[in-house]
Design a protein around this ligand. Structure first.
Ligand code: SF4
Ligand code: SF4
Length: 208
C-alpha cells in the first residue's frame, strides 16, 4: 500500500517551542550537536539541560519501550531534555520567537509534527521502510499542517530524516545502557556532571 502523503509548511509560530506539556527530549547526538554549535563546556551544557526524573519506580519492561532511553543520575533514572523557562518556553526560544540553535536543533524539533517508525517488511526477504505519521500534539495545535500554501512533504527527505532519527535513537540507547551499566557496576558515579563529561568525551572516542 503506498505511503500516505502529508502537506506541511512551518509557520514559525513557536507553539511547539512553548508547549509546557512537551519535553524536548535529547539524544546523545543532539547534546553533542548543540555543544559543538555553541562551543559549550560541561557547565554550560548543564545550564541548558533538564534532567526529567520519574516520579515513581517505572518497570524495566516499560522503560525498554520508551523512545529515548533514560540514564542514571544521583537522583535516579531520568530523561535528558532541554530546560524550560517561564510558562514552559524552551530555553533556546528568543524574544523574536526564533530558535537560537536552529542549525543544530534537536531531532525531535526537526521531525515535529511528524513521527517515524521503522517497519520491517518480509516480502521476498527482509526490507526496512520508514512509516510516517502525525504526532498527537501536531494534530492538537500545529497550524503548519493546514497552512495555505503547504506543500507535499518530500518522501525521500522524510525517509532520510526518519532513518537518521531512528539510528540516533538506537545509538542513544546503546550509550545509555553503557552508562547505566558502568554506574551499576560502580565504575562510574551516577552524577549529572560525570554523565555530561562522558557524553562530551564520546565524540573523541573516549566515552564508549
Ligand atoms: S507548531 Fe507547527 S507551525 Fe508552529 S513552529 Fe511548530 S512546527 Fe512550525
Ligand atoms: S530547540 Fe529550538 S526548535 Fe526546538 S523547542 Fe527549542 S526553540 Fe524550538
Amino acid at each position: 500500500m503506498p505511503q500516505e502523503r502529508f502537506r506541511f509548511k512551518c509557520l514559525r509560530c513557536g507553539r511547539c517551542c512553548r508547549d509546557p506539556n512537551t519535553i524536548v527530549t535529547l539524544s546523545i547526538s543532539d547534546i553533542l550537536a548543540i555543544a559543538n554549535h555553541l562551543h559549550l563546556g560541561v557547565d554550560e551544557v548543564l545550564s541548558v539541560l533538564g534532567f526529567y526524573h520519574f516520579s515513581e519506580n517505572v518497570p524495566k519492561s516499560q522503560i525498554e519501550k520508551m523512545v529515548t532511553r533514560p540514564v542514571l543520575t544521583e537522583k535516579g533514572s531520568a530523561f535528558l531534555g532541554l530546560l524550560k523557562g517561564e510558562g514552559g518556553k524552551c530555553v533556546f526560544l528568543n524574544e523574536e520567537n526564533a530558535c537560537m540553535i536552529y542549525p543544530s536543533r534537536p531531532k525531535i524539533c526537526r521531525t515535529f509534527p511528524f513521527t517515524y517508525t521503522l517497519v520491517k517488511r518480509m516480502k521476498g526477504g527482509v526490507d526496512h521502510t520508514v512509516k510516517m505519521g502525525i504526532a498527537q500534539k501536531g494534530l492538537e495545535y500545529c497550524p503548519g499542517l493546514h497552512a495555505s500554501g503547504a506543500s507535499l512533504v518530500s518522501l525521500q527527505e522524510s525517509k532520510k530524516l526518519g532513518v537518521e532519527t531512528i539510528q540516533e535513537l538506537e545509538h542513544h540507547s546503546r550509550f545509555a545502557e553503557k552508562w547505566n551499566k558502568l554506574v551499576q557496576t560502580g565504575r562510574k558515579k551516577a552524577t549529572a556532571r560525570g554523565l555530561i563529561e562522558f557524553i562530551l568525551n564520546e565524540q573523541k572516542g573516549l566515552g564508549v
